[in-house]
Design a protein around this ligand. Structure first.
Ligand code: ZN
Length: 275
């Protein structure tokens, strides 16, 4: 059993003599460099996909609504009657392929607008359960220097973050494909939660754009999306831990995968960093 360690700090110029407190020595020995969390320490990045929200609510949200993934989004959100009435017959069980086909055909602008509206309405209604979810555990386990970046449109991560405001001091998550829980003011380049007002003009925020699954997705055209990616890029370049949770890097996210790999290649610690 260890005897109780008695800390006797000594002047830095003479570590053998006890006397005035010193930050450099203890018990006649030089102190080790400080370790532990620092504001400027390498961040831990957590990248979240649709599987993360499904894991947070495996049996549905607070009101029993299911969390869709791309493979079952058509029926979960209720798009099938709309698609069938429009005479679309291919890829009706694969929303990624379906939407990409509609976008590249150039013939279905009205149908695409209706699909986007139904999807936004569905996701806006989702509510995080009153009990702790995996998102709550995740956010409460990270430190202020860390960053969660999500590809999801649903508001569950944002709702979890908001119910812990005051308990955690992390920066708000980065929303890489937009999100129904956030908004922005294009004129003053400000953003916040969807029910906030711009701090400059005091007007309600506009809804965040949602990036839909097309192979040539543009991550730079929308200022809000561009700024969210800039936040992730800056931190990913210095990250030591990268955790990917419920994200498979689907084929319509080829631009996202390339962007992540390009930034990761510049990370000076990647030889020893952990993914
Ligand atoms: Zn404004």
């Amino acid at each position: 059993m260890f005897s109780r360690l008695v800390v006797m700090e000594v002047p830095s110029g003479d570590p053998t003599r006890t006397g005035q407190p010193s930050r450099a020595h203890v018990n006649g020995m030089a102190r080790l460099a400080r370790t532990g969390p620092r504001d400027d320490a390498d961040p831990h990045i957590v990248i979240v996909g649709a599987g993360g929200s499904r894991a947070a609510c495996p049996t549905g949200d607070k009101n029993g609504r299911h969390l869709p993934v791309m493979a079952d989004l058509v029926d979960t959100v209720g798009l099938r009657p709309l698609i069938e009435n429009a005479g679309v017959q291919s890829h009706t069980d694969d929303f990624e392929a379906l939407y990409n086909d509609l976008a590249t055909s150039g013939k279905h602008d009205n149908l695409m607008a209706d699909i986007e509206s139904i999807i936004r309405d569905y996701f806006q209604q989702l509510r995080i359960p009153d009990t702790a979810t995996v998102y709550d555990y995740l956010l409460l386990s990270l430190r202020p220097k860390d960053l969660v970046a999500t590809f999801n449109w649903d508001p569950l991560l944002a709702q979890s973050f908001r119910r812990h405001e005051g308990l955690i001091s992390m920066r708000k998550p980065a929303f890489l494909h937009g999100n129904v829980a956030v908004g922005f003011c294009a004129e003053h380049r400000t953003c916040g939660w969807y029910d906030d007002n711009c701090r400059v003009c005091s007007q309600p925020f506009s809804p965040s754009p949602l990036l839909f699954p097309v192979k040539d997705k543009d991550y730079t055209g929308q200022p809000f999306i561009r700024s969210e990616w800039a936040r992730l890029r800056r931190d990913l370049e210095a990250a030591y831990f990268v955790t990917i949770f419920g994200y498979s890097g689907p084929i319509t996210d080829v631009a996202a995968r390339n962007a992540l790999l390009e930034v990761w290649s510049r990370n000076g610690a990647r030889e020893i960093a952990e993914i």
